[in-house]
Each structure stands twice: as C-alpha cells, then as structure tokens.
Ligand binder design. Structure first.
Ligand code: MIG
Length: 858
C-alpha cells in the first residue's frame, strides 16, 4: 500500500521518508523466511535495497544484495543480460525464446569499481550498479544514460513474482510487445501478456500473443528490453506512475536482456540475433490468399477457385477452415462434404492454388473409435495432465478434447507425424488456431493453471511444470512442432505454418495473423499498428484478416482494406461464419476492378517483396516497417510533430504507404513525409518538397506554422510514395507465383541521395538456395545535373533467372533526349520516354556481371 501511495507522489513525497525503515523490516522478515522457503519464492516481499557484496566475472559481475543475488553479463558489447534471484541461487538457465548460441556468447569486460558503484564497461556500454540504494544504470561511453532503475523503486519480489522499475524520461516512446491493440505508442499504457482467445479486439488486453520485448526510443538513442519469462507478465509505461516504466511477472525467473542500438534497426536486429529470424517463406505464401470460415462442401471450394481464375484475381492460396473435418476432429476429413479430398487438392494445384488446412492443437477425446490422433497420443502419453496425473479433458470444437504437451520433444515429434497423410495428399501448408490454448470449458477460456506439463527438452532440466508457466508458450511450441514435423515429412520444401498464439521467438516458425478483428474502419486502422508493432517484436510474417473477420464489411471498407493489405506481408481475405460473402468480387465489378488492381500491384512488386523476405530472414528486419525504423529522427525534438505514425508505414526501406487516417470521414489530410525527396508511385512524378514544420523551440520564438498541402484521395487511390534514392525491382504481371513472368525484369530508378536497391531470387520453395542456388544483386545510381549512372554489382549465386532482358526506368528525366551507354557493350540501346511520368525507359540485355549504364544528355 505504502509503496503504491508513494508512486503517485514521486521521489519528493513526504511518504517516502518512512519507506526505508518499512522495507528494512520487510527485508528482514523475507530473509528469515527465505532461509526455509523453497528456491525462487519469497513468502513476503524482498526488495533489492543495497549492494552487500560483489565479485567481478570475465564477462560481467556477480552481486549480492542481502539474500538476493544478481548476475549481470555481457553477451556482446551491446547486449547485457540481467538475472536476479531473491535468494542465493539463480534459476535454471534455459529458454524457449533465446537461441542457445547467443545465450552462451560472452565478451570480456573491464571491471569498474568506486565507492558509489560497481560494474563494468564493454566497448560500447558503461554498466554500473549504484551501491546504496541499489540501482542499475546503463550509459553509453559518452556518459549518456540509456536506461536506469527508477529512483526509490527497487526491484522487488513478492508472492512468487517480481517487479522491476525503470526511469521513464519525458521524451521517450515505446513500441513492441507484439499484437497489442489500442495505441501504437505504448507510452502511458499498461499491458498484460497472457495468451488469450478474445475478439473483437478494439482495446482489449491481453490478446493472443505474448512477446515480452519493447523498444525505448528517444530522438537519438534506442534500446530494447526483453524479459525472458513465460509466465503471466505485465508492462507499464508510465500509467501507474507518471515517471516510471515497470515490468514484472507473477512467477518464474527475473531474467532480462538489455539491447543497445543506438538505432532502432540495430535493436530489432539484436533482438533477432537473440531469438531468431523468420525462415525464408515459400514465394507462394506472399501471394494473395483467400479464406473463409468455412468453404464447404468441396463444390464451394471449386467455385471460389474458378472465380479467382476467371475474374483474373492473382492468387496463390485457398484455405479450409474447421468444417472440412469430420466432427471437428483435427487430422480428419469429412467424407460427406469432401468425398475425394486428394483429387480436390490436386485439381487446385492444376489451377496453381495451394491449399492450407486448419489443424487446431486439440485432439478430440475419442478413444477406440479409430481416431488415430487420439489413440496414438494416448498410447504415447502425449497429453497434458490434471494435477492428480489423469488426462485433462476440456471442451473445444470437437466437444471433449485433450491437449498435446508440446513442451516434450517426443510429443512434438509425434504431432509432426500427424501431418503425414495431408502432406501425402499435397496440402501445401497448415494453420494452427486456438493454441493460446483456447478451452471453452476452462477458467478464463483456457485450462486450469495447475494442470501439469512435462518438460523433456534438450537444454532444460527434465521436470514437470504448471500450466501457469507453460501457457504462453503453447502456441510457440505448437507451431514449432508443426514446422519441424513438416520439415521432416518434406525435407526439401519450405514449410508454411500460420499460428494464432505465439511467444518471443515465434518468428522462427513462420507466419501469424492478428486474430479475430471486425469489419470496422477502426479495425482497419488497428491492423496497421498491430502489424507494425509485431514487426518490431521480431514477427515479420504477419497480416490482419482482410475485410475484418467478424461481421460484413461495407463495400468501401473492403476496397480500402484490400488496397492497404496489398502492401502487408501476409495478405489473406478471411471471414467468420454467418457473414456476407467478402471475396473481392462481392460488391460488383467497380469495386472488384479497384481491388484487382491493388492485388496486381502486389504481384508486380513481388521481386521487391521477396527480396524483403530474404532480408528479414537474414537480419530480422520486418517487411512492413514503422516510419521511425527508417527515420528515427521523426522523434527528435527538432523534427516538429510527425503525424500519422500509427497509420503510415513503409514497405521495406523504399515505399511509403499513407492511407487516409480516418477514411470513413470526409476530411482531407496531410501526408507526413520523412526526409525526402519522394516520388508518387502511381504518377511517377517527383513530389515538391513539403514545407518544413518548425520545431517546438522555433514555434516558441514566433516561427509561423506553414500551410501544409492536404489531400483527399478518391476511393480507388491509396497514396504510395517512393523514397528518392531507391531502385525498385518489379516484374510483369502474373496470375500466380507458378507462372513465369513474360518480359523483362524492371528496375525502377528514383534518383536521390544514397541511391541503391537490391534483388534476391531463387526457386521460391526449396532449400536449394542454402546450397548456392540463389541470385543476389545490388544496384546503385549516381544522379548529377545532367546524367544518371546506374551500376550493377556482379551477381552472387548460381540461380538462373526467368528474364532475358532488363528494363531500367529512370524517373525525373525531363525529356526524350538521352545518350545511353552500357559499359559491357558497344551496341546502342533502345530507349523510350513516358512524357506523363517523366520517365526514361532503357532496355538492356540481362546484366549478370558487374556493369554500368550511363544516361546523359539530360
Ligand atoms: O472460435 O476455425 O481466429 O480465424 O476462422 C473460432 C474457426 C475459431 C478462430 C480463428 C478464425 C477461424 C475460427 N477460429
């Protein structure tokens, strides 16, 4: 109580005078009790008041604070791990999220010690623990504080859990934490991480995923904190106390990683270094996907497939939701509605449509009925147990159901094998739903917290664990079991797995979506901020249900949604049972034509999007990016107010998508442009530089607020801009990713500073790229007053591309007049000029080696 009171008044409160004595008392009681209490639990609160001992380590430091132990180590110069235990023993050093390799990395540090503090320095950080009161303060080597424990709010342990408090500087912004709804910037908000099946989302919390990682960004510096704790955790960014961030858990280890940038990209990459990058997805999964709860019977699936093809909606994927199953039992097919399933799959293949089927994580409790998933699971002892050791049975779609214990390696292995038949039938990918886990009959829509899991896993002690500990990783380990199972069954095909629930590190197993949204304008807006925050939380391969899952979208809403989702990593139209049709043709030919054009644009952009997927798989940088990821200066005090950070976004480094922030209203709006120049993607024309918005300081000293141009794009226009200095690879339109594009590879050159681009390509579905069968090439351009030079690096990899020629398109070219030279050939090159777009087109033979074209005579 006293502590809470104090937080409202801050450090200068008279209440705080009585605090130390109160805590000393608590501390003494806790110390007494902890002598007899089992490891990791402090019966009464323990607070870390003062350093009572320390011992340098080659890579960090060990500290004592009364009965508590701290270990602070450097994995890299910019990554520090903090582990704290209320007693003398650090908890088990194991993780579901952090990969073994980075976890075992360390760098040597230089110890520092003086009368006030003790700690160490790495090549980029100064890490000190102030002795009394005990406070961890991390600075850069110039002495700027990056992150510090809050003054007067020591780390405390109580009721088996803990809370950590950090100072919250006034100019800092917070992002991450996965799929949280509500506001984009987490500042002044508080969240709970507990995987929960709940929709519609609006400002509901918690949701399906738990990613206990956030970025703290101020103008010049960014850091990240990852709390590696699978229990129910919480994060508060100045909601309870106006000047403190806090995070904590109701159980499990206090084990967190501090990641220093200084740029947000570096923090996101470091987080991926710890928890993994997404695998390179199959190219078809980046195509347009059509789903519904549920297409049934078989004839309806064929109708949808035919309509996609006859209406020329480029598309690659169709989904079967739960109703294709027999009595909703996972791994079955209803013989009445899908009498010849393998033939359906193969017919869809002939139409170049990949089939994805849902397999929820539960198994129907149907003993001795010839339902192999139950019988083999029971025989293998694979299901989660009640505290008394009996099998836990909960009600979900099949009625009574049991739940595989995915924390056992053998259970995951068994689960993976369940896909054998579907894989044999040619099903291309799988969808793991309900894996929070959602249990209709259970408390809080899940299973009882004292249910028993068995951890049998390399790197972990073999032990039982309560559901309270495992809950948040059920989805992660379910998706992992599916992913790894598919790899075994089809070793040379990249698995496609779509999961609803996950935990930190979930990116390693592929895709996720944002769950049950609704057909409202607000949910369209929400989709952007959710995907962006998931992106900086490591999850690149994600999208929101296009059109909204629940209820039926108005025609304009679905059109706007398709326009936006065309630029999101996962582009899947999906709808709930009982809603009106929401396929792209649902509202007549005019709407369909607009929607088609955006899906076509996505297919034209696939070389760029696929190159971004490759980048994500190597670096962890998301495909769909918040503006601040590329332009952190939007948070600098000098940049004025940068609006629409929650609705504008970047597709990769080059495309800025600027939807109407409130498209359902009649208002005009101003696009916020980061540092340009920018080009209009649709017209090709260079945008006039926007007037500079004065900084707060300038406004304070009387600078006038400029007139900012406003736009009001018609329904058929989603404003998209290209960053000057980009080279975008595009391809001729195809109707599906099996189709070989007919024509040249296009390189669209938008002159500007640091002009460059890159291209990645391979066969799109196997792992041969890991053995050299890929193509990677980078490009640069150097514009000057009357010429542009475009360079091609020598290609890496042995993959032979589909094109025979390359069309280079130079924007901002004033006239048809041009002298073009290719360094590798003397023969003249064909050019043409598009007077409307101010673009010069030059077609060259394919350019596999190093080469340069110079275009002069402007
Ligand atoms: O309780 O499988 O989020 O995408 O269509 C509903 C039926 C279960 C929830 C998923 C949704 C899916 C639906 N599922």
């Amino acid at each position: 109580m006293l502590l809470q009171e104090e937080s409202h008044f801050g450090e200068i409160s008279p209440m705080s005078v009585s605090r130390p004595r109160f805590l000393v008392l608590l501390f003494a009681i806790a110390a007494l009790l902890s002598a007899s209490a089992p490891a990791q639990t402090a019966a009464v609160g323990t607070a870390l008041e003062a350093v009572t001992g320390s011992h340098p380590l080659p890579n960090g430091i060990d500290l004592q604070a009364g009965s508590a132990t701290l270990r602070i180590t450097a994995l890299r110069d910019d990554i520090v791990r903090v582990r704290i235990s209320p007693n003398g023993t650090l908890p088990e050093d194991a993780s579901w999220a952090v990969l073994p390799e980075p976890r075992n990395k360390s760098v040597d540090v230089r110890p520092i010690e003086d009368s006030a503090s003790v700690g160490f320095r790495t090549a980029s950080l100064d890490v000190r623990v102030e002795r009394n009161p005990l406070r961890l303060v991390i600075r850069d080597l110039a002495g700027n504080i990056i992150s510090a424990d809050a003054i007067g709010r020591p780390v405390n342990f109580q009721l088996g859990g803990f809370t950590v408090f950090k100072q919250m500087p006034s100019g800092e912004h917070y992002f991450g934490l996965g799929d949280k709804a509500g506001s984009f910037d987490r500042r002044q908000q508080a969240y709970t991480l507990w995987n929960t099946d709940v929709g519609p989302q609006e400002s509901v919390d918690p949701l399906y995923k738990s990613i206990p990682f956030f970025l703290g960004i101020s103008g010049a510096r960014t850091y990240g904190i990852f709390l590696d704790n699978t229990w129910r955790t919480w994060f508060d960014f100045g909601k309870q106390a106006r000047d403190a961030i806090s995070f904590g858990s109701e159980g499990g280890p206090l084990d967190y990683y501090f990641l220093y940038g200084p740029t947000p990209k570096q923090v996101v990459e470091s987080y991926a270094y710890l928890t993994g990058t997404p695998p390179l997805p199959p190219l078809w999964s980046l195509g347009f996907q059509q789903s519904r709860y549920s297409y049934t019977p078989e004839s309806q699936v064929r109708e949808i497939a035919n309509r996609l093809r006859t209406d020329k909606i480029p598309s690659d994927v169709l989904y079967l939701d739960i109703d294709y199953q027999f009595k909703n039992r996972p791994f079955t097919v209803d013989p009445k509605t899908f009498p010849n399933f393998p033939a359906l799959v193969s017919d869809l293949h002939k139409q170049h449509l990949h089939l994805v089927t849902i397999t929820d994580l539960h198994i129907a409790h149907a003993p001795n009925q010839g339902y192999a998933p139950y019988d083999t699971g029971e025989a293998g002892n694979h299901f989660v147990k009640n505290p008394d050791g009996s099998q836990f049975v909960g009600v979900v779609w099949p009625g009574p159901a049991v739940f595989p214990d995915f924390t056992r390696a053998q259970t995951r292995d068994w689960w993976g094998g369940l896909y054998r038949q579907f894989v044999g039938d040619g099903v291309a990918g799988f969808w793991n739903d309900m894996n929070e886990p959602s249990v209709f009959s259970g408390p809080g829509m899940t299973m009882p917290l004292n249910n028993v899991h068995r951890i049998e896993e390399p790197g972990f002690a073999t032990r039982t664990a309560t559901h309270a500990e495992i809950h948040n990783i059920m989805g992660l380990e379910n998706a992992r079991a599916t992913y790894e199972g598919l790899l075994k069954l089809r070793p040379d095909e990249r698995p496609f797995v779509l999961t609803r629930a996950t935990y930190a590190g979930g990116q390693r197993y592929g895709f996720t979506w944002t769950g049950d949204n609704s057909a409202t304008w607000n949910h369209l807006r929400l989709a952007t901020q959710m995907v962006l925050n998931l992106g900086v939380s490591g999850i690149s391969m994600v999208g929101a249900d296009v059109g909204g899952f629940g209820s039926s979208p108005a025609p304009d809403l679905l059109t706007r949604w398709v326009e936006l989702a065309a630029f999101s990593p996962l582009c899947r139209d999906h709808a709930a049972k009982g809603t009106l049709p929401h396929e792209v043709w649902a509202h007549g030919p005019q709407h369909e034509a607009i929607r088609r054009r955006y899906i076509e644009t996505r297919y034209r952009l696939l070389p760029y999007i696929y190159s971004l997927a490759d980048e994500a798989s190597r670096t962890g940088l998301p495909i769909m990016r918040p503006v601040f990821l590329e332009f952190p200066e939007v948070f600098a005090p000098s940049s004025g107010n940068f609006d629409h950070l929650d609705t504008e976004f970047l597709l990769g480094p080059s495309l800025l998508i600027a939807p109407p922030p409130f498209a359902e209203t009649m208002d005009d709006y101003a696009v916020s442009f980061p540092q340009g120049p920018w080009y209009d993607f649709w017209t090709g024309l260079k945008m006039p530089a926007p007037p500079r918005v004065p900084s707060i300081a300038e406004l304070a000293s009387g600078a006038a607020y400029p007139e900012i141009p406003q736009i009001h794009p018609p329904l058929d226009t989603m404003p998209v801009y290209v960053r000057g200095g980009s080279i975008l690879p595009l391809q001729p339109l195809i109707q599906n990713t099996d189709e070989i594009p007919n024509g040249p590879l296009e390189l669209h050159v938008y002159p500007g500073p640091q002009c460059s681009g890159s291209l990645y390509l391979d066969d799109g579905h196997t792992f041969r790229y890991q053995h050299g069968e890929y193509l990677r090439q980078t490009f640069t351009c150097q514009p000057d007053a009357n010429s542009v030079r475009v360079t091609f690096s020598a290609r890496q990899g042995t993959y032979v591309p589909w094109w025979k020629s390359v069309e280079v398109v130079i924007y901002d070219w004033p006239s048809a007049r041009a002298e073009v030279k290719l360094s590798t050939s003397a023969s003249p090159l064909k050019t043409s000029y598009d007077a409307k777009k101010h673009s010069l087109h030059v077609t060259l033979p394919d350019v596999p080696g190093e080469a340069e074209i110079s275009i002069g005579g402007r």
